[in-house]
Each structure stands twice: as C-alpha cells, then as structure tokens.
Write a protein that binds this ligand. Structure first.
Ligand code: PEP
Ligand code: MN
Length: 361
C-alpha cells in the first residue's frame, strides 16, 4: 500500500491524515490478556484506533454478551501502554456514562441501534455537552434516511465529529456476504453528506476472512476514508465473530495488498478527458429521459384505449413477451439478466402507474 495518500476527511479529529484511517481490534473484549496482546501486536501496524466491544448485541440469548464494565479498564490500559486511541460500542445512556467515565476516546453506535430513533435520542441526550467523536454504523435495513436521521440527532446535541460506518445490510436471501454491501446506500450517504468521513467495516459485510481484502479494496476504490477491521490474537477461538476475524499480522498483510488510487486526477490531460467523457454521459442520460418520456406518452394512450374498451391494465402475456424478448437482446449486448429485469420492471411499473391514473380519472 502506498503510504503517502492523505485525506482531509478527518480535519479537527486530531488524527494522522494518512488514508485509510485504520480502526482495528477484537469483536469483543474477552480477557485482559487478549485485549492487551491484540493492542501490542496492532501497535506494529498502521492502526490508529483500537476497537473492542464491551457490551455485545447478540442475535440469540445464551451467547456471550460481552464482559461489561470491567473491559473498559482494559481499554484504558491499552491507551496508556500503546498510545492507541480507543473506541467501544454504546447502545444506551448507561453505556455512554460508563465509557465516558473511563476516558474512552471515541464511541461507536451499532447497526441494531441506528434503526431505533428512541435509542439514538437517548444516547444523544446522554452525550449532550460532550463533543466526543462518534462512528455511526448503517442501520441493519437499507434505509439511508434512517442513517442520516441518527447523524442529525447527534449533531443536534452538539456532536461535531461524526463518521458513517458501512457494515452492510441484513437480508433473508442466501448471499456470499454475511451482510449485503448494497454499495449504493453508502454512496448515497456520501452524496447527501459529503462533509462526513465514511468508513467501511469489511468484517461484518464479509462474515468470513477470505472476502476481507476484496471488500476493503472495493471501499478504497469508492474513495472511503477508512476501514474498521476485526482482529484477534487467536481468531479461530474468538468468543464472537470467529470466522471473520484476522490476526494483527494478517491485517498488516491485507493493508500491504491494498491498492490506493489517487482521488485527485492531477493535471496531465486526464481531467479534460474525464470531463469530456462525463459530458457525453450527461448527454446520453438526458436522451434516455427523453426516450422514456415518449414511451410514457404512448403508454398513456394505451391506457386511454384500455379504458374505453373496458380491459384490464395488466396483460400478463404481453409483459412476458416484452421481458423475454429483451432478456435475449440484452444478453447479446452484454447486459446482465439482473440489470435487464430490473430496468424493464421499473419502466413497466411506471407505465402501470400512469395507466392506473388514467383509468381512475
Ligand atoms: C461489532 O462491530 O462488533 C458489531 C456488533 O457490529 P454491527 O453493529 O455492525 O453488527
Ligand atoms: Mn463483531
């Protein structure tokens, strides 16, 4: 990994500006020895912030739910011995008070908490008047507004340093990921809130070690500002999330393999070429919309026709015909089946909406 790529994303955070910012440490603090050993070994890597869960939100009862307050003492020891900054997850007001009491440098809010405005408000109230940096994980469901809402609740009580953490989204369907990345959601957050640093947590997206590099690289290519990666001295025997944790040495190796591309294209003619291609894209997008407008006018006329003749809007046979024809055409043009399906389903749905309006006029 090139080490000279810097970022201004963390202005005012008192952090080294090398990109990516690295937050690492175990999923859970288990014992004093495990915490300190992880921290000592991480000290030899590019890690700046040490993470460890003290209170663990577990899906099912009767699993290890964290060591509680005594783990905060271990985090304090990490800071004193290694100088690493420390962070832990808070999920209610009591957690906030305890973490502040032990001088934890930064707090993170977990995915299961971001979904709940009542809890976020409770945490925000507990933090009122304490301007500590906060990392907010995305909610478990793919809802960018809910994520932004949590950010706003914290800003309203005076928190000035907030970063988003993308950790993927729960889904029912089988997938190679533990939590589907749905990259368009963090991209949307970045579009709406370009002022906030954005960090990727490839550990909870991947759910297993062998995907960590691929997901981390993707985050770097999308210009994320940092990575939060779970590390453990003996990953296979971790008390939580064993399959996705790596050793501090494996973390160092992963970081070495990351390719960091420049975000500033420089002045070698690349920029003007890029501008030219972008304006071509803009022109084509405009044209696409004009074609869709024409198509919708035709759909409206069909709606009128159906109304006059008393036939239903949805003619399944016709829809089947359209979709199978375009799947074939799309394939010959190199488009994925998923893309063609989504595209035509969206267009078709909009036509149905237009026709429904006409029928009910
Ligand atoms: C964690 O970071 O260990 C954790 C519980 O994360 P999340 O809230 O993303 O599930
Ligand atoms: Mn975890």
């Amino acid at each position: 990994m090139e080490s000279k790529i810097t970022t201004s994303a963390f202005e005012g955070w008192n952090l080294d500006t090398q990109r990516p910012l690295i937050i690492a440490g175990p999923c859970s603090a288990e014992t004093e020895e495990q915490v300190l050993e992880t921290a000592r070994r991480l000290k030899a890597t590019r890690t700046q912030i040490f993470r460890a869960g003290i209170w663990k939100p577990r899906t099912r009862p009767n699993s290890f739910e964290g060591v509680g307050v005594k783990g905060l003492k271990w985090l304090k020891m990490v800071k004193e011995e290694t100088g690493l900054l420390t962070t832990t997850e808070v999920a209610n007001a009591q957690h906030v008070y305890e973490a502040l009491k032990y001088g934890i440098d930064m707090l993170w809010i977990g995915a299961r908490t971001t979904v709940n405005p009542f809890t976020i408000q409770e945490i925000a109230n507990a933090l009122s008047g304490v301007d500590i940096p906060i990392f907010i994980k995305n909610p478990v469901n793919p809802d960018v507004d809910l994520w932004i809402g949590s950010i706003e609740r914290l800003q309203k009580v005076g928190i000035t340093r907030i970063a988003g953490v993308h950790r993927g989204f729960s889904s029912f369907s089988e997938s190679r990921y533990r939590n589907a990345p749905n990259w368009q959601i963090p991209i949307e957050l970045k579009r709406i809130r370009p002022d906030l640093p954005l960090i990727c947590d490839p550990s909870h997206i991947s759910g297993k070690r062998n995907l960590l590099l691929e997901v981390s690289q993707k985050a770097m290519d999308l210009n994320f500002d940092g990575l939060m990666i779970e590390t453990h001295p003996d990953p296979d025997n971790a008390w939580s999330d064993a399959r996705q944790q790596i050793t501090p040495e494996q973390l160092a190796e992963l970081l070495d393999h990351l390719i960091l591309r420049k975000t500033d294209p420089g002045s070698n003619g690349f920029m003007s070429k890029l501008e030219e291609l972008r304006s071509e894209i803009d022109r084509l997008d405009q044209e696409l919309l004009m074609i869709l407008e024409d198509r919708m006018k035709v759909a409206a006329s069909i709606g009128q026709c159906k109304k006059e003749n008393g036939v239903t809007i949805l003619q399944s046979a016709r829809w089947d015909q359209i979709i199978s024809k375009y799947l074939e055409v799309g394939q010959s043009k190199g488009f994925s089946e998923e893309f063609i399906r989504k595209l035509f389903m969206a267009i078709h749905q909009e036509s149905i909406n237009t026709q429904t309006r006409i029928m009910n006029e």
